[in-house]
Write a protein that binds this ligand. Sequence first.
Ligand code: DOR
Ligand code: ZN
Length: 342
Amino acid sequence: MLYPDTITLTNPLDMHLHLRDGEMLHHIARESAKSFSGAIIMPNLVPPVTSKEEVQAYRKRIVEAIGDETFTPYMTLFFKPTYDKTFLESVKNDIAAIKLYPAGITTNSEGGVSGFDIEELRPALEAMEELDIPLCIHGETNGFVMDREAEFVPIYEKLAAAFPKLKIIMEHITTKESVAALERFENLYATITVHHLYITLDDVAGGMLNPHLFCKPIAKRPEDREALLKAALEAHPKVMFGSDSAPHPRHAKESCGCAAGVFTAPVALQLLAQLFEHHGAPLEHLQQFVSGTAQKIYGITPPSKNVILEKKPYTVKETYGGVVPMYAGETIDFSIREIQHG
Ligand code: DOR
Ligand code: ZN
């Protein structure tokens, strides 16, 4: 397939994004707000976002930080089994989803769920089902690091079977087992990051250790990456782009006790264009992966924005306010030429 030199993406969406708070929020929020129409904002602040007041206040801080960019932050709450229907009804219009973390599995997830006892979770999840609030899940057990996601698949399936009308989004999937699970339950969906489409564990730890590619879930095997690539490149109708762009200050990454997270927000769309071109995948599929599918699954209509990418080498900046992006200092094939607001 002959690829055009410019690619226009309409209303790109990032369905899994960490914007942080305070100084960090001010340093990095515009990097997403410039090139995306909207994003699902993760609630793992310290303390996590668990009340209506907190979610409204956090949204306000985000809107202030992005200034005059056209960008909708789709907010989330940090899942607690104690959420009841009255509370969820009262907060429904402030959120797009609720994010569930297994306790202690990743950055700031200490207050998450342990045990996954269906009866304990039932009141909250039935209320979410009735109110049509999607449940986003970080699906990892606390087993051996390479097996954590595959071990979590039976938990996804147990939840999907117990709450058949609940939209369950398997976040940042990294394994062929998760891709396969999509076919077994109608109410299972997934997001895939750009870094998991590019890297395997070899890129993280096969040579000199690269802390800027260390994240949770950790990148897996080549055959896992193949399964993810296939789903993204064919625009699987249940698979959305979610960057999981997760900034940490340079000193927290380049240290003993490296924080998990890859900062991809400033290069995500360029890298996706490069990938789809490399594989000769139809541009329509890229459009679906970065916007269309998410609009259908979440029932959202993002503000108008056209991002025009061109095939022109771009050398990735070394840092953004003290945060090192994926492929810092390296040259990639696509640049952002122009952004048009609708
Ligand atoms: O690598 C990760 N970083 N994975 C997560 O699940 C959380 C994220 C973060 O917040 O830093
Ligand atoms: Zn995340």
